[in-house]
Write a protein that binds this ligand. Structure first.
Ligand SMILES: Nc1ncnc2c1ncn2[C@@H]1O[C@H](COP(=O)(O)OP(=O)(O)O)[C@@H](O)[C@H]1O
Ligand SMILES: [Mg+2]
Length: 225
């Protein structure tokens, strides 16, 4: 369970006035929910996701994930939390273009000291779940956008994280690949994952497996459906 209590995020740069990107956010996300965060560009969706993933810290307030105060974690513990609990999927895929699908997925695991044969098993399972196992040895730069995003899904789920966080995951996909992406998300949801998707893609507006759509505007939660 994720509990967000009274979060503010203020960006301060020397060159400009401080800017309040998140303003008094309170939110509870229960295990097994699939939540859509919607709102126009600039409303604070990515900022909120990066705080939930402990990639950034709030200026005030608390985020508690399964009893752990992740808004105060030192960097080393924050990366351990991410590795164990969070799979992050980005709009621009963030893959290494010259490496193969499989190598993109296994590189972080091998670096983490996990045994290679175990790593291969884990990556095969993840590629299968993301329907990309048939491209395992192909270089990323030779893939379509949809295939790249499925590789990114496989990389995100390879350690079986409890939380899957997606930031505008279909922004660079055509309709067909977006629908395939949604199918995979539905499967992951059915397998018990908690999922948070920031998007303004209308395809996500009324999915039967969504638990809530949360609307943001100017750094605030304005509406929950
Ligand atoms: N590192 C930063 N420094 C200053 N302002 C930022 C930074 N990151 C985001 N912002 C500002 O915070 C607001 C919210 O951004 P963001 O969370 O990316 O919104 P969204 O994902 O909904 O488009 C925007 O106005 C953006 O310009
Ligand atoms: Mg964003």
């Amino acid at each position: 369970m994720i509990t967000i209590e009274n979060i503010d995020k203020i960006y301060s740069a020397k060159s400009s006035e401080p800017f309040k990107a998140l303003d008094s956010i309170n939110l509870q996300i229960d295990d097994g929910e699939c939540i859509v965060l919607s709102g126009v560009s600039g409303s604070g969706k990515s900022t909120l996701l990066s705080i939930i993933a402990a990639l950034d810290k709030p200026s005030s307030g608390r985020v508690v994930v399964d009893g752990e105060l992740i808004s105060k974690l030192p960097d080393l513990h924050a990366s351990a939390y991410r590795a164990k609990s969070v799979g992050f999927i980005f709009q621009h895929f963030n893959l290494l273009e010259s490496l193969s699908v499989e190598d993109n997925i296994i590189a972080p695991l091998v670096n983490a000291g996990i045994d290679l044969s175990r790593v291969k098993e884990m990556s095969y399972r993840a590629m299968k779940e993301a329907s990309i196992e048939h491209k395992a040895s192909q270089a990323i730069r030779e893939l379509s956008g949809g295939e790249k995003q499925r590789c990114a899904i496989a990389r995100a789920i390879v350690r079986e994280p409890k939380y899957i966080i997606c930031d505008e995951p279909t922004a660079n996909l055509d309709r067909d690949n977006s629908l395939k992406f949604i199918d995979i998300i539905e499967r992951l949801h059915r397998s018990g994952k908690s999922i948070i998707i920031a998007t303004h893609d209308p395809l996500f507006a009324n999915l039967p497996f969504e638990s809530r759509v949360i609307h943001m505007r100017d750094g605030r939660v304005v509406d929950e459906v």
